[in-house]
Design a protein around this ligand. Structure first.
Ligand SMILES: *Cc1c(COP(=O)(O)O)cnc(C)c1O
Length: 395
């Protein structure tokens, strides 16, 4: 089978990502295992899942990893296993994907939104402290865009107030803070292997990592109809759900895991090329703002997010130059209709950022020339947008 990406997929000058290129690179290495599993017929759980779980726990520096159906379930199962429920509050950053806050609501608890740092767009120790009340049971720290926030500061607040730390590491496979990996900090850490994440399945998949064996057992049981290890197939110790990792997904994920470091290093190299050019003279006075990287962080650049004035017209100009971009996220969580009533304090940084953030193309198979073309086009787009708004102001 010919998997040459340039022949099989439609070409845009710079796509936002290129999942087919990653799949094509890995396929020859997993083809046999994949076919063997397909013919064997054991599609849920089994040795391929166990092998991936071991590999994933080791990669993250955690003792246990439990494969689940997706990242959203990873969050809900973790909250449930920690005993978070009605009457409890859980602090979440206002700048995150809706799943972080939605999982809290699904668990029967109440999300409390914390604002984010204007430099990194991540939660800080101060914004966490400000959102804690006597009802707070846990905080979900989100390593948004691929970067961990100040984990020492956040952990100190959590410890002082006795709340549990859950990591939402859905965008942070392999990210580090002070040399320690995402997935090894919290009581539990939640990963998504949604196709577009840095480590992506070919459908939905997720995992929870933890170094507490009782939490790993509880989550494994909750994700498998409340079954417990060693009990019969129809013995159910608790009311659970069905959120398991499929064997074929696990085979692909193990295959991709072997490439993850190399792909991550490539993302980091592309990001420094972006940073070098976007820090250049063409951008002075354009209002372009880069997202800061903390010195202790290994940012794995799930997304390369900048802030620009007149974002939507800049974005349209890039589209005209055949550059696909994204916006993460155009509406902050606490402005979404079902969550609006829960925003009890002002969240000015998250609100402002939602109107300015722009995610530039970022994927391991992106070329240096594509980065250069994006930067050149962005400079042009910022100039045109500025001229456009001056003309509009003069009318
Ligand atoms: C993708 C994502 C999730 C949800 O993961 P799914 O696998 O899509 O359910 C949760 N939180 C963040 C920050 C994410 O980016």
């Amino acid at each position: 089978m010919n998997l040459d990406s340039s022949e099989t997929r439609e070409m845009t000058r710079v796509p936002f990502t290129d999942l087919g290129a990653m799949a094509g690179e890995v396929w020859p290495e997993i083809e046999q295992d994949y076919l063997a599993c397909l013919l064997d017929g054991a599609y849920i759980g089994g040795p391929a899942v166990t092998a991936f779980e071991r590999g994933w726990a080791a990669y993250c520096g955690a003792d246990h990893s439990v494969g689940v159906g997706n990242g959203t379930d990873a969050l809900l199962l973790s909250l449930t296993a920690l005993g978070v429920g009605p009457g409890d509050e859980v602090v979440v950053p206002a700048n995150t994907f809706i799943a972080t806050a939605a999982a809290v609501v699904r668990a029967g608890a109440t999300p409390r939104f914390a604002d984010v740092s204007d430099d990194t767009l991540l939660m800080t120790a101060d914004t966490l402290a400000a959102a804690i009340t006597p009802r707070t049971r846990a905080v979900i720290i989100v390593h948004l865009y691929g970067q961990l926030p100040d984990m020492a500061g956040l952990a100190a607040i959590a410890q002082q107030t006795g709340i549990a730390v859950i990591e939402d590491a859905a965008q942070a496979h392999g990210a580090e803070w002070g040399g320690r990996r995402a997935g090894s900090f919290g009581a539990v850490a939640c990963f998504s292997f949604y196709p577009a994440k840095n480590l992506g399945a070919f459908g939905d998949a997720g995992a929870v990592t933890t170094s507490r064996p009782e939490l790993a057992d509880e989550i494994r049981s909750l994700a498998n109809h409340g079954r417990s290890h060693g009990h019969s197939h129809y013995g159910h110790d608790r009311i659970g759900t069905n959120s398991r990792l499929d064997a074929l997904q696990a085979i692909l994920l193990s295959g991709k895991l072997a490439h993850l470091e190399e792909w991550t290093e490539r993302r980091i190299a592309l990001a420094s090329r972006y940073r070098e050019q976007l820090g250049g003279r063409e951008f002075t006075g354009t209002g372009l703002k880069l997202t800061a990287t903390a010195p202790l962080a290994r940012h794995v650049y799930h997304l390369f997010v900048v802030r620009v004035p007149r974002r939507d017209s800049v974005r349209a100009a890039l589209t005209r130059r055949e550059i696909q971009t994204g916006v993460h996220y155009p509406v902050p969580c606490h402005r979404q209709p079902p969550l609006r009533r829960l925003a009890v304090c002002p969240l000015p940084v998250a609100e402002r950022a939602a109107g300015e953030v722009l995610s530039l193309p970022m994927f391991p198979h992106m070329t240096d020339r594509q980065v250069d073309y994006v930067c050149e086009s962005l400079a042009e787009a910022l100039r045109t947008a500025a001229v456009g708004s001056e003309a509009a102001g003069a009318q």
